[in-house]
Structures are given as C-alpha cells and as structure tokens.
Design a binder for this molecule. Structure first.
Ligand code: NAP
Length: 291
C-alpha cells in the first residue's frame, strides 16, 4: 500500500483520477489536494505535507493553464508551472520518491507536419508553453526520480472549464459558432489519461529508476478545433453550425502551434497503455456532458 499525493486535484485530470480510484477501490491511500489544501508554490508546505503523510509518490496535476492570460500574468504562470514543479521535485529527491509531472503539446512550435516524438526539438511560441517547458527542465534538473507526460487538448465532463463545455454553452445562445480550422492536434479525454496513469504507477520501480524521461499521451488521431467542434455537435445531437475560420480571421491575441499531434509509440511500448481514438472517447464522454 502506497501513500499517493495528487496536487491540483480539483482540475480535470485530478478529478478523473479521483473518480477512477474510487471506482477501483484502490488499496493505495490517495491524498487529493488543490491549492487551498496544498499550494505547490510553497516549498515548506510541500515538504511538510510529504513528510507528515509519509508520501511515496507525487502526481502533479496542478498547473496554470490559461493560455491567453499567461501572456499578461507571466509571474503567476511561472510560479505555478515552474516554481511549483521545482518544489515538488526537490521534495521528491529528498525523500527518494517518484514525481509524475504533466506537460503540454504547446512546448512545440507547430511547424512539423508529422506527429512529434519526445526527443523532437522544443520551441514554445507562447508564454504558457514557455513556462510549461521551464517546468519540465526544473523537474529534470532536480535529479529526482520522475516521468513527465505531455498531453494535449484535455477535456473532462467533471469540470466546467474546457472546450467541450464551451461549445455546448455557446450553442445555447448562437446558431453558429466560429472555430479555427488551421490548428491541428488531438483532443484527450482526461479519463483515458487517468486510466493510463494508473497502469503506469505500478510499473515505476526504484530498482530500475527513471529520471525525468518524457512521454507523450493524447488520444489517437488528429483534427482541427473546428473538426472537434463539429464532432461535439453531432455526437451530442446539438443543432448548431460550426463556421470554419483561420487563426488570422479569428484574431486570437496569442500564438498557438499550427500542428501539435503527439506520437504515442514510446508510452504504449514502455507501459502497455491503451490509446483510444479521440472520436471514440468523445462518444464515451458525451453522455456525461449534461446540457
Ligand atoms: N487543459 C488542457 O487542455 C491541457 C493541455 C495540455 C496539457 N495540460 C496539462 O495537463 C495537466 C492537467 O491539466 P488540467 O486540464 O487537469 O488542469 P486544470 O483543470 O487547470 O487543473 C489544474 C488545477 O491546479 C490548481 N492549481 C492552480 N495553482 C495551484 C497551486 N499553486 N497549487 C495547487 N494547485 C493549483 C487549479 O486551481 P484553480 O483552477 O483554482 O487555478 C486547478 O484546480 C497540467 O499539467 C496541464 O498543464 C493540460
């Protein structure tokens, strides 16, 4: 039986992990915390929590994910996405325990036209991506036992703030919605990532330690945000037209990668995790998105 700390657990991934462990009746003891219980930017609080509760593994789901606002709130984004992981990594190193940390497809510049491998050159083009990349570096540099999982376009029916909910919400007011069609990536149902995570955990060994290795996990396949929106409408049987616009026409103030599909070969081979297609996972999640 292990004591497992989950940080940022009120978010999409954290809630899916909580849901899954509840269903599975895991024999491990999970400590689900969000900023109110454990602020990862507070090094002393992190160390005290881990020491007091004899934590054996840290799963960091905490993040500053507001891509647009990160441009103006760089200090805040750096605190949560860089200082926080650095604190967790320092404590993991001190206690000789694993840290599982999450990062993003936005560490890439989007100039590729084939799926990104873990070792491909990173070159974030916005503030959010830069802070997430710096978080990866902080975890690696710490020298603690760790894996870093990059994911993309995460959504969960257990929270309010994601693309699927946004589309459903807008469809209540508008008959047509403009969505960008020239950014290609892969949606990821957070429940699938939680499932993969629970398959990975028992395979992490101290005898054969991993230090800061990066893995990619998203659902299988690729689409544009406009394709994703169309599929949301058809799957949920919502009568709303998606108007396909370019990023230029949409006039978003933040640059986003034009292509950020992740190659999942490594994580599948190493840990034997399943990677369902994004369409199949959306269909599965759809019944949980109540209008
Ligand atoms: N969402 C995506 O589309 C996406 C895409 C690629 C990668 N990822 C990565 O995947 C991971 C999980 O993402 P997610 O979508 O589950 O994130 P999320 O829903 O935004 O959840 C993050 C949680 O962390 C909390 N938090 C913020 N600052 C904190 C602090 N100082 N200490 C403790 N908790 C704090 C947040 O609270 P508040 O809400 O109150 O701030 C929130 O509950 C993150 O590493 C993220 O960067 C996400």
């Amino acid at each position: 039986m292990a004591n497992i700390l989950v940080t940022g657990s009120d978010g999409q991934l954290g809630r899916e992990i909580a849901e899954l462990t509840k269903k599975r009746a895991s024999s491990d003891c999970y400590y689900f915390t969000d900023a109110a219980e454990l602020d990862i930017t507070d090094a002393l609080a992190v160390e005290t929590f881990v020491e007091k509760n004899s934590i054996d593994l840290i799963i960091n789901c905490a993040a500053y994910n507001k891509v647009g606002e990160a441009e103006k709130q760089m200090d805040m984004a750096v605190k949560v996405n860089v200082t926080g992981p650095a604190n967790l990594a320092a404590t993991a190193l001190k206690h000789n325990i694993y840290l599982i940390h999450f990062s993003t497809d936005y560490v890439f510049n989007g100039e590729a036209r084939t799926p990104y491998h873990e070792a491909d050159r990173t070159c974030p083009i916005n503030a959010y991506g830069r802070t997430k990349y710096a978080g990866e570096v902080a975890v690696k540099k710490s020298g603690c036992m760790s894996i870093i999982i990059r994911t993309s376009w995460l959504y969960s029916p257990l929270t309010q703030d994601n693309f699927v909910r946004k589309m459903i919400g807008l469809s209540d007011y508008y008959e047509e919605i403009k969505v960008v069609c020239d950014q290609i990536g892969t949606p990821t149902y957070a429940a699938d990532l939680a499932e993969a995570l629970l398959k990975i955990i028992p395979q992490l060994s101290k005898e054969n330690p991993i230090y800061g290795e990066v893995f990619h996990y998203s659902n299988e396949g690729k689409c544009s945000w406009a394709d994703f929106a169309e599929k949301i409408m058809s799957t949920l049987k919502i009568d709303c037209d998606i108007i396909r616009v370019t990023s230029e026409e949409y006039a978003d103030s933040v640059r986003r990668p034009a292509y950020s599909v992740l190659d999942k070969t490594l994580i599948k081979k190493r840990f034997g995790v399943a990677v369902p297609s994004w369409e199949r996972s959306l269909s599965k999640a759809a019944r949980l998105f109540k209008r």
